[in-house]
Design a protein around this ligand. Structure first.
Ligand SMILES: *[C@@H]1O[C@H](CO)[C@@H](O)[C@H](O)[C@H]1NC(C)=O
Ligand SMILES: *[C@@H]1O[C@H](CO)[C@@H](O)[C@H](O)[C@H]1NC(C)=O
Ligand SMILES: *[C@@H]1O[C@H](CO)[C@@H](O)[C@H](O)[C@H]1NC(C)=O
Ligand SMILES: *[C@@H]1O[C@H](CO)[C@@H](O)[C@H](O)[C@H]1NC(C)=O
Length: 669
């Protein structure tokens, strides 16, 4: 049960508070009579609709002011005008790994009024690359849009990114919208039912109040302004969330009561599929809309453009919802979740004026039914329940988790394995899926072409997960996460009480260091039939810290007994990993010291999920042949899993999802 709910950040426990909802509605209908108003001043554009009044720098298109509910500006007025509400990106020349690069705020050079009616004002702030900017500016045409609608308590933003034919190649490592809210007002943050709280102040991270830990993002609050935060660790990665659950997050001011929320009604434009994780809101007070990033994934998620490659993509719209529906943070949070459902219901929006944003009638639908067939479990195909199934650009099975140029559309199957995906942007796709409880990735080989208004029934799809022989033993649950394994209590020095419940225990700082405390001399030994993976399998295979600096390699042992070993047969070890960071995992059978392991992954991974308090990063599946001649007849056997890459200062590590040993395929069947 529990791994299933770990990732639910915002959608669970929805409490419909009809009082507050109706109060908002009444308030809205009275104000909706005021049309949207647009005025230009010297270097600014002002837009208002009776709820909200926004000021943009012209032609840069930074949001310099958001006035709402008597608060003159929700944004941090101390900051420079370019550093309050803005779009930005990180890019680098082609050929580099591209996880770092040049930070660029997206500065418009031209402002255009796209729509100006009493119902809607839509502004465009755009910038276009030309060859005189080669090497100095990102080679993209970017059109940032802002929309204010009549009667709407908030505003929308989206952007059209375009790389034209003939333009030089480059890497895009990150792009996002950033809001820096007023530090004197916004003190409460909510991004899920479990992670919502009063937050430390940004000053608490300063050298005289905080002590940076193993990396600069993590700071131990030694002498915070509010004593209640003393002894906590502040780290923005503790508020990360999976894309599929990341639909709303934001900040609350209690005086006056104001909520600033970011609502993402669709994930179609985010990269890396539904399991990609990213930042939400964090101490600042900062609120982010992450569209592209390498977080929890590594350089595979850097978008790499070749010379002359044509590309166009719309990021957003996202809705910045402003609310004042109650005094209590919980009331505001519940109202915001209802607003989120309302926005989801309106997707795809009809109002964006850009023809690059695909409207409902330009999209298509696909439906079908997914089954799993694993002949070593049952003789029949069975409906795949609550499976993740989606459309992503054509590629290999599982390629969606590294895909980053197109759109993706995902849903979950129902109890009968049925699925329906609406509002798919026209184009060519593959159908991909993965099923809780089974290893591997499903892909249907036929390419699907979605056209305007199409309604395609793909019929029955059958996933045959990788399997050669019967299960001899298994460790864990195949669900692409390490949540079911042993997660230690954190060091008391680093314990954050708000993370102490089951759902978020793995997000405590520094759990990787507990390994050396639990296993000071010998490494983990797991005995099939005796050990319990919930207690005896540490959630992350990390190096052992010694003398504060050196990390030494570790070897985990799985002990098991076999009977009637078929010396001629080939056994199969299924190694499903939930994460890898600069790790080489080697497999040996019965001889821990041999120079030639049966298998080595080579150095893989860059998702940094252990350090970023994730319980998974990218998914990997390795299938290792173990010839029967390496196994002992009727006796004790051991598989040794060695994670090498010694001496890395920071604990690169591996998280296992699931391990299984299969016997040889039954003869002549
Ligand atoms: C529009 O806004 C301007 C400047 O904020 C204001 O002077 C004007 O009265 C407004 N017009 C209407 C019709 O509300
Ligand atoms: C190239 O772009 C720069 C910056 O926007 C602009 O000043 C310049 O006029 C442009 N050059 C050409 C040839 O369009
Ligand atoms: C792939 O899709 C086609 C068309 O819907 C279907 O006929 C076929 O059975 C599917 N294959 C699998 C393996 O599900
Ligand atoms: C293994 O192979 C050898 C040689 O081909 C054969 O003699 C023997 O019967 C086989 N054993 C089993 C258990 O299949």
């Amino acid at each position: 049960m529990y791994p299933l709910i770990v990732f639910v950040c915002a959608l669970s426990l929805l409490i419909l508070s009809s009082d507050t909802l109706y109060a908002t509605r009444a308030q809205r209908s009275s104000m909706a009579s005021i049309g949207v108003n647009l005025t230009f001043t010297d270097n600014h554009v002002v837009v208002s609709n009776g709820f909200v009044r926004m000021i943009f720098s012209n032609p840069e298109g930074h949001i310099t002011s958001i006035q709402y509910n008597g608060m003159e500006n929700l944004l941090e007025v101390i900051n420079d005008e370019s550093s309050r509400g803005y779009w930005d990106l990180v890019w680098s020349p082609p050929g580099t790994p591209g996880t770092t690069g040049t930070f660029e705020r997206i500065v418009g050079t031209s402002c255009q009024v796209i729509v100006e009616t009493e119902e809607q004002v839509e502004l465009s702030f755009s910038t276009t690359w030309n060859s005189s900017l080669e090497g100095k500016h990102v080679p993209l045409k970017i059109d940032k849009r802002f929309v204010l609608l009549r009667g709407s308590s908030g505003f929308y933003s989206y952007a059209i990114y375009e790389h034209l034919e003939g333009w030089p190649g480059f890497n895009l490592a990150e792009t996002r919208i950033v809001f820096k809210l007023r530090n004197d007002k916004f003190h409460y943050m909510a991004m899920s039912d479990y992670r919502r709280r009063y937050m430390p102040s940004p000053n608490d991270r300063s050298p005289n109040r905080g002590k940076p830990l193993a990396y600069p993002e993590a700071v131990l609050l030694v002498n915070p302004v509010e004593p209640e935060f003393k002894g906590e660790v502040d780290d923005k990665y503790q508020y990360s969330c999976e894309t599929e659950d990341l639909k709303i997050h934001g900040w609350i001011s209690t005086d006056p009561p104001v909520g600033f929320w970011q609502i993402t009604p669709s994930n179609e434009f985010r990269t890396g599929g539904p399991t990609k994780q990213d930042l939400t809101s964090h101490v600042g007070p900062t609120n982010l809309a992450m569209f592209v990033s390498t977080h929890y994934a590594g350089s595979d998620l850097v978008i790499k453009f070749k010379n002359r490659e044509k590309w166009k993509k719309v990021f957003g719209p996202v809705f910045m919802y402003l609310s004042s529906t109650g005094e209590e943070p919980l009331t505001l949070w519940n109202d915001a979740k209802n607003q989120m459902l309302e926005e989801v219901g309106k997707w795809p929006y009809s109002f964006p004026a850009s023809s690059d944003f695909h409207k409902a009638h330009e999209r298509g639908r696909i439906s079908g039914r997914l089954f799993v067939y694993d002949r070593f479990i049952t003789d029949e195909k069975t409906p795949a329940t609550s499976a993740s199934i989606g459309l992503a650009p054509p590629g290999d099975p599982g390629s969606w988790q590294r895909e980053n140029k197109g759109y993706q559309f995902w849903t979950k199957t129902d109890v009968e394995g049925r699925f329906s995906i609406k509002n798919v942007v026209a184009g060519t796709y593959n159908v991909y899926a993965w099923v809780h409880g089974f290893i591997g990735d499903f892909k249907n080989d036929s390419t699907i072409t979605i056209t305007q208004g199409c309604d395609i029934d793909v019929g029955d799809l059958v996933f045959e997960p990788p399997r050669d022989g019967p299960t001899l033993w298994e460790i864990g649950v195949p669900d692409r996460s390490a949540a079911e394994f042993y997660i230690p209590d954190s060091d008391r020095m680093y314990t954050n009480m708000f993370l102490a419940n089951d759902h978020n225990r793995f997000r405590q700082y520094g759990l990787w260091e507990r390994y050396a405390k639990l296993y000071p001399d010998g490494d983990l030994v797991f005995t099939i039939g005796q050990s319990d993976y919930k207690k005896d399998w540490f959630f992350a295979h990390v190096n052992r810290k010694r003398y504060d600096i050196m990390y030494e390699k570790t070897t985990w042992t799985i002990k098991f007994k076999l009977h009637d070993v078929n010396k001629n047969g080939t056994y199969k070890l299924r190694l499903a990993l939930a994460s890898a960071q600069l790790s080489d995992l080697q497999v040996r059978a019965n001889d821990p010291n041999t120079d030639s392991p049966l298998f080595s992954t080579g150095t893989i991974g860059g998702d940094n999920a252990v350090a970023r308090h994730g319980i998974h990063g990218l998914y990997w599946l390795f299938n290792v042949d173990i010839p029967g001649k390496f196994l002992n007849l009727d006796g004790e056997n051991a598989i040794y899993l060695t994670k090498i890459n010694e001496g890395i200062i920071f604990p690169g590590g591996i998280m296992y999802d699931y391990i299984r040993l299969e016997g040889p395929p039954p003869c002549c069947s």
